[in-house]
Design a protein around this ligand. Structure first.
Ligand SMILES: Cc1cc2nc3c(=O)[nH]c(=O)nc-3n(C[C@H](O)[C@H](O)[C@H](O)COP(=O)(O)OP(=O)(O)OC[C@H]3O[C@@H](n4cnc5c(N)ncnc54)[C@H](O)[C@@H]3O)c2cc1C
Ligand SMILES: *[C@@H]1O[C@H](CO)[C@@H](O)[C@H](O)[C@H]1NC(C)=O
Ligand SMILES: *[C@@H]1O[C@H](CO)[C@@H](O)[C@H](O)[C@H]1NC(C)=O
Ligand SMILES: *[C@@H]1O[C@H](CO)[C@@H](O)[C@H](O)[C@H]1NC(C)=O
Ligand SMILES: *[C@@H]1O[C@H](CO)[C@@H](O)[C@H](O)[C@H]1NC(C)=O
Ligand SMILES: *[C@@H]1O[C@H](CO)[C@@H](O)[C@H](O)[C@H]1NC(C)=O
Ligand SMILES: *[C@@H]1O[C@H](CO)[C@@H](O)[C@H](O)[C@H]1NC(C)=O
Length: 585
């Protein structure tokens, strides 16, 4: 795999708020409208936490941030070196309670790279987690949070870009251990007949794909093996290498098993609690209820091919030829995406263009070589240096989706870590058709100063090759229907820089990069799972025409606003006060 260029530098921040160390127990100014945090008079006493712990059979965990071993008085040189070496690795963060992957929300409160004399503070970490093993645990957690007026969050893997799976002083429902997997060979309802798979809310993409492959099926999952399936991914829409054939994750959901914020257990399907089904299928994670399991349509597995290639400014002889080649390549890629259901993931810097995975389900190596021929010809006609060997072209295939990903993609996607500043934008098919030159110029200017890099997913959820319509109408972002390129912009970062450098990068993204990209992509929107937490007009940009209906469903199932997340539906009613308490506006 040529480049793991998305190793763009990501950072994370951890937090510990010492339950004990929350030094100043300042009076809460808006007691009744704010959630209690440690130190507040109404924060539950330890006997109450013990009672909760007994209710959940000892599965209550007091948060100990992973980097505590890097700070006095618990500093341990060997253990800290180990934490530093794996800092922010998905496999580490996603398998522990309370850890999250986004540096901005880790906020440097307890990271492996700050001075050992800096106290390890909980900051935005949840104070306690319940290692959820069944719906009863969720009901207990919801009841405790309501009774004590404390913040409640749901954490599955912690991949969320917006810190939605964490919160200062929160009780966290940690769902990772809900690992049920079950094949339903003959799902039979008015809206679908055929094979399905039921998974617990903690199953990740790799686990779901491999389980399905074992029975000869494919499950629509994200490209990164550790991203959860039934959590923020499918609840936020969920694009996949398989979306050209089968649509989004949300398009394939048959039923959700859920505990609502009022503690009610429901099953939501297209015909039962259908409003809730609609909202959970794409209307955003952590908003309408706590999902226990999800049952989804699966598809026959089989031959599937993958190509990778890359070139750089040196190969092509400078910046202008580089951008000319990028333009030709992105134009030539579109027919593969529109007509053949291909999905490509691309990493770019100011000087490197790398398709680390162009996947075509149904094709073998020979088929994919044929499909790529026009693109390769156009590329070498644009720049004679761009021969197949100069671009390190590799074409491979496998008899299962899971096998192809494990052998060729996983090493790249699993190495991705997150930097402090992340943004995103869609480029629609009509944007590209009308204004490709201006779009390329905007991308070029975004990366020219070497402070930002870009990851692109090329896809068409309405491709001519698509094999199945959505199971039922759903709340997946309507803008997905028009997307050609989904963009993630990330800041360069390395952990040895001063944390003070993060805020100017965020300002530069918001004030320079974002408007530059928006100007050339009118009306395109952005993916609410892959964007910036300060996106202006986020209701319209992330949710579009679904927002008003989603707000109504939120109000019906979560009348007290127990579930909150930045940019989640209904979150405009809340804001943090100066000490990090979540308060009703
Ligand atoms: C490296 C990387 C690769 C990615 N690749 C893709 C991709 O290929 N395609 C794509 O579409 N997206 C992708 N994403 C974005 C991803 O979809 C989001 O980050 C998503 O929110 C992750 O969901 P999670 O449940 O794994 O994470 P978490 O951070 O644990 O949760 C995310 C949100 O969902 C809520 N949630 C989690 N579990 C539940 C539950 N059981 N019930 C209710 N709410 C719940 C949380 O409260 C939070 O609001 C990627 C992200 C990263 C970091
Ligand atoms: C909950 O109980 C278990 C089992 O007794 C114990 O190991 C754990 O430390 C307790 N959690 C808390 C937060 O006290
Ligand atoms: C990060 O911490 C600082 C205080 O150290 C605080 O002012 C700021 O709001 C925090 N940011 C986030 C995103 O929590
Ligand atoms: C599916 O359900 C319908 C209606 O209940 C029934 O008539 C039909 O035989 C079932 N099909 C299968 C394959 O079980
Ligand atoms: C650019 O590509 C060439 C192959 O054409 C490769 O040898 C070189 O290492 C690449 N340079 C960078 C900076 O990636
Ligand atoms: C297919 O996938 C399996 C499992 O990852 C792997 O062992 C095998 O090498 C792959 N085959 C090819 C041709 O890549
Ligand atoms: C094309 O991009 C320019 C900015 O370079 C913008 O002003 C214009 O509105 C865009 N036109 C269309 C049709 O998107």
């Amino acid at each position: 795999m040529a480049l793991s260029l998305v190793n763009i530098g990501l950072v994370v921040v951890g937090l510990i708020v010492g339950r004990v160390a929350a030094a100043v127990a300042s009076p809460a100014p808006h007691q009744s409208t704010c959630r209690n945090i440690p130190g507040d008079a109404r924060w539950p006493k330890s006997a109450e936490w013990d009672r909760l712990n007994a209710t959940v059979d000892g599965r209550l965990i007091a948060t100990v941030p992973i980097a505590q071993v890097c700070h006095d008085p618990t500093f341990s040189p060997e253990e800290c070196a180990q934490v530093e070496g794996q800092w922010n690795a998905a496999i580490v963060m996603t398998t522990r309670p309370a850890e999250i992957m986004t540096p901005w929300f880790q906020n440097q409160s307890c990271v492996a790279f700050s001075d050992r004399s800096t106290p390890c503070d909980l900051g935005n970490y949840a104070s306690y987690s319940i290692r959820v093993s069944n719906a009863d645990d969720v009901v207990a957690g919801i009841g405790f949070a309501r009774k004590n007026n404390i913040r409640l969050v749901v954490k599955n893997t912690g991949h969320d870009f917006f810190g939605k799976s964490t919160g200062k002083g929160a009780l966290s429902l940690w769902t990772r251990n809900l690992q049920h997997k079950e094949l339903v060979q003959h799902y039979n309802t008015s809206y679908y007949r055929g094979p399905a798979i039921k998974i617990g809310a903690g199953v990740n993409g790799k686990e779901a794909a491999e389980f399905a492959a074992q029975y000869g099926y494919r499950f629509v999952v994200g490209s990164c093996p550790t991203v959860g399936v039934a959590g923020g991914y499918t609840q936020g829409g969920g694009h996949s290498f398989l979306s050209g054939l089968y649509g989004l994750g949300a398009d394939n959901v048959l039923e959700w098993e859920v505990v609502t914020p009022t503690g009610e257990r429901l099953v939501a399907t297209p015909t039962k609690n259908s409003n809730l089904y609609w909202a959970l299928s794409g209307g955003g994670g952590g908003t309408y209820g706590v999902v226990i399991s999800m049952t989804s349509r699966v598809f026959s597995d089989g031959q599937i091919a993958l190509a990778s290639l890359s070139f750089n400014t040196t190969t092509v002889g400078g910046d202008d030829p580089f951008w000319a080649s990028v333009g030709v390549l992105l134009s030539q890629l579109q027919p593969l995406v529109d007509d053949h259901g291909a999905v490509a993931q691309v990493s770019m810097t100011h000087s490197i263009f790398s398709i680390f995975g162009l996947m075509v389900p149904g094709a073998d190596t020979h088929d994919l070589a044929n499909l790529l021929a026009p693109l390769l010809t156009a590329l070498s006609q644009t720049n004679s240096a761009l021969t197949s060997s100069a671009i390190s072209l590799v074409i491979t295939h496998n008899s299962t989706y899971a096998g192809l990903v494990a052998a060729n993609v996983e090493a790249v996607t699993e190495a991705i870590t997150l930097p402090p500043v992340i943004g995103g934008r869609f480029i629609s098919r009509s944007n590209w058709a009308n204004n490709a030159t201006a779009i390329l110029a905007a991308l070029r200017s975004t990366m020219a100063n070497e402070r930002f890099v870009v990851a692109l997913t090329a896809l068409n959820t309405q491709s001519a090759a698509r094999l199945a319509k959505p199971i039922a109408p759903n709340a997946a972002p309507p803008a997905f229907a028009s997307v050609y390129l989904s963009l993630i912009v990330t800041s360069m970062w390395d952990w040895h820089r001063s944390w003070a450098d993060a805020a100017p990068l965020q300002a530069e993204y918001l004030e320079v990069v974002r408007p530059t990209l928006e100007a050339v992509t009118p009306g395109a929107g952005a993916y609410g799972n892959e964007a910036n937490w300060q996106q202006p007009r986020w209701q319209d940009v992330f949710y579009g025409s679904t927002y008003e209906r989603l707000k109504g469903i939120k109000a019906r199932y979560d009348p007290e606003g127990l579930l909150y997340g930045l940019t989640a539906v209904g979150s405009e009613k809340w804001a943090a006060d100066g000490q990090g308490r979540l308060c009703r506006k």
